[in-house]
Design a protein around this ligand. Structure first.
Ligand code: ATR
Length: 263
């Protein structure tokens, strides 16, 4: 039986086991996908255990995506560029790192006008997203983050501009895309406060938070007529190339899958 898993801390909330098991069943593959909890200091030992137990790969989530880089035997160029891996393929006892987050993000953002993109946040997720926006040819990248130094660093990597966190609402004028990559709006976290009145109605509003699915940002954007993309889009689309790398079949992202994840 082919086995893969997601390693995180915490990891019990992850929808990835449900998602990959849906595709395994759909394609009649004898495999399994589980959640493995590991603190950062246990990551290396956990990966060794996966090799010893003949796992074919794993996903990585918080807080491991960046920490894992020195533990990899090889990696795709995109992993080096973004500085983070979310997928590992294990072959002949060797770990190969991939990053499918940037691809997963862009599947949802592909209908946005490629003019100005405003990114809220400057953590690990923002890094993959800024890389994706630059590769996809967005004309202007504006980053706003509570900690200004992190925004400055990210902006320097991707030729972006920084807007003070207090001025985030003003940064929305002329944008084709607004993305929330912060944890604001997530269950048990404070709400994201932002005034959308200067955002063009044609802009796409994308929230990578998926619990809850309809954040107050998306509800406000939908109310005023903006198109919205929720966090399940990125989750489902980043998983498809990972599944293909392990199990050899490219699975489809469908409405039926979305319904299954919400059930
Ligand atoms: P991820 O890898 O998912 O991006 P992260 O690296 O912990 O996670 O980043 C979380 C993001 O949410 C950061 O941009 C963080 O801002 P700081 O860089 O200032 O920490 C942002 N964030 C978290 N709590 C916040 C809050 N209460 N107000 C504003 N931003 C917040």
């Amino acid at each position: 039986m082919k086995r893969a898993c997601i390693i995180g801390y915490p990891v019990s909330h992850s929808l990835s086991p449900k998602l990959h098991r849906y595709w395994l069943k759909e394609h009649g593959i004898a495999g399994d996908y589980t959640a493995v909890e590991a603190k950062p200091e246990a990551l290396e030992a956990t990966l060794k255990k996966l090799i010893a137990e003949n796992y074919i790969g794993c996903n990585l989530t918080l807080p491991h995506k960046e920490l894992v880089l020195p533990m990899l035997d090889s990696m795709d160029e995109v992993v080096r560029e973004i500085g983070a891996a979310n997928t590992i393929v294990i072959k002949n006892g060797k770990l190969h790192g991939m990053n499918t987050d940037a691809y997963g993000f862009m599947q949802g953002a592909s209908t946005a006008q490629k003019k100005k993109a405003v990114v809220l946040g400057a953590g690990g997720a923002a890094r993959a997203i800024c890389w994706a926006l630059q590769s996809d040819g967005f004309k202007e990248l504006v980053i706003s983050n509570r900690s200004q130094e992190k925004a400055q660093h990210l902006a320097s990597l991707y030729q972006g501009k920084v807007v003070d966190w207090e001025k985030r609402s003003e940064a929305l004028a002329g944008a084709g895309l607004l993305v929330n990559t912060t944890s604001l709006g997530m269950k048990n976290q404070p709400a994201l406060e932002i005034d959308l009145s200067s955002l063009p109605k044609s802009a796409l509003v994308y929230d990578i938070v998926y619990a809850p699915l309809e954040t107050s940002l998306l509800a406000a954007a939908r109310d005023r007529g903006n198109k919205v993309i929720d966090g399940l889009s990125m989750l489902m689309h980043q998983a498809a190339p990972a599944f293909e790398a392990w199990f050899g079949v490219r699975p489809q992202v469908t409405e039926a899958l979305r319904r299954e994840l919400l059930a």
